[in-house]
Design a protein around this ligand. Structure first.
Ligand SMILES: [Zn+2]
Length: 158
């Protein structure tokens, strides 16, 4: 197993992956949504050491040829996209997929700001004030993560 970085990965998503951006923040990963030109994406990712997440083969190749990190994702399906990222992190960053595919109340899904714990299993974003709690939507979130875990196992057994 190769370890390309000792720190936790940070991500940059391009225009196709707004929804995925929210999921990654929910999983506790610093992620910026950056719907810009390929050159701007490549520069910013290099500057901030971010892994580029894209479904654009050309952009993916260009990032790699410039020495950056990129994961080529299926165009749709949150479960499939998350499973690809989980598989990549397991093989490149030694991050177990179970650890990646767990909700962590660290970052705001809306703005990437830090969450501050409040009383009674609630959290508040220090930047935009959005509050979070474990509620009725939780079952859907758990289902998506569970499905993503199953898909990672399939990718790993290939
Ligand atoms: Zn926020």
């Amino acid at each position: 197993m190769r370890r390309e970085a000792s720190h936790e990965p940070k991500f940059l998503t391009n225009s196709m992956h707004g929804k995925l951006t929210h999921w990654l923040r929910m999983l506790g990963y610093d992620t910026i949504y950056y719907p810009k030109t390929d050159n701007e994406i490549i520069d910013r990712a290099a500057e901030e050491g971010r892994v580029v997440l894209t479904s654009d083969t050309e952009l993916h190749r260009r990032v790699l040829s410039r020495g950056g990190l990129s994961i080529l994702l299926p165009l749709s399906g949150t479960e499939a996209q998350l499973s690809h990222i989980a598989h990549y992190l397991e093989t490149h960053f030694d991050t177990p997929h179970e650890e990646f595919l767990t909700v962590k109340f660290r970052l705001c899904s809306l703005c990437n700001g830090r969450l501050k714990p409040l009383q009674g299993d609630r959290w508040k974003c220090e930047d935009c004030g959005q509050e979070y709690w474990v509620g009725g939507h939780w079952r859907n979130i758990s289902r998506v993560l569970e499905r993503a875990r199953e898909l990672v196992n399939k990718l790993s057994n290939r």
